[in-house]
Design a binder for this molecule. Structure first.
Ligand SMILES: O=C[C@H](O)COP(=O)(O)O
Length: 218
């Protein structure tokens, strides 16, 4: 299993449409050229999934799915539709798109049914332990107060990463404020299998330089 650099485009102004496509193409080119053992994944807004999937070779993940089967569910995101749009994986329970935890088992079943790699995001160790018992592919630990900030979780709260790694059996990713190669190497040193990054790349003046800087840490 390769370590992962997941780039979450969220709904930043720079992360959708042609601008999002440019960042995805940049990530794709860097992935093709790098000799690092790392899987670069992009997670664009749902409306751009098919467009991005058709344009890159790296995996594309959706930012969310709902606990539904096909039917009368206005405004929801269906596992089979994101699969058909080209998604290979999905983020679940991001702190900006929380789900009810009693729906998690069903959502994981739906993701597994369609071969979507799943990354369940959690805010704290207690939730990580609950999620761990449901055997997701990854758990991503992200203290919400550090998301989008200037200080990386790896320096502000390294204990939460270390404890989550120790107390769970699922591979752990971490995120929040990650922007440098030092942040990445610290994340790996603490036992994480990779990082989730949004603002450090999507809001960067030069996403290419930012992605290459992060790769140095792997
Ligand atoms: O999914 C990504 C995380 O929420 C991290 O966001 P950030 O890199 O802007 O702190």
């Amino acid at each position: 299993m390769k370590n992962k650099l997941l780039i979450n485009f969220k709904n930043y102004a720079q992360g959708y449409g042609s601008s999002g496509k440019k960042i995805a193409n940049t990530a794709d080119n860097i992935a093709r050229e790098t000799d690092k053992e790392v899987e670069i994944v992009v997670s664009p807004p749902t409306a751009d999934l098919r467009m991005i999937s058709n344009n890159v070779n790296i995996p594309v993940y959706c930012q969310h799915i709902d606990p539904i089967d096909p039917g009368s569910h206005t405004g929801s995101t269906l596992a089979e539709s994101i699969k058909e749009a080209g998604a290979e994986g999905v983020l679940i329970n991001h702190s900006e798109k929380e789900i009810k935890l009693n729906n998690l088992e069903y959502i994981l079943d739906r993701a597994n049914e369609f071969g979507l790699e799943n990354i369940v995001c959690v805010n704290n160790l207690r939730t990580a332990k609950v999620v761990d018992s449901l055997d997701p592919d990854y758990i991503a630990i992200e203290p919400p107060e550090l998301i989008g900030g200037d200080t990386s979780v790896t320096s502000s709260d390294p204990e939460i990463i270390e404890k989550t790694v120790k107390k769970t059996k699922t591979p752990i990713l971490c995120g929040a404020g990650v922007s440098s190669s030092k942040d990445v190497s610290k994340a790996l040193e603490l036992g994480s299998r990779g990082v989730l990054v949004a603002s450090g790349i999507i809001k960067s003046k030069n996403p290419e330089i930012s992605i290459k800087e992060l790769l140095k840490g792997f």
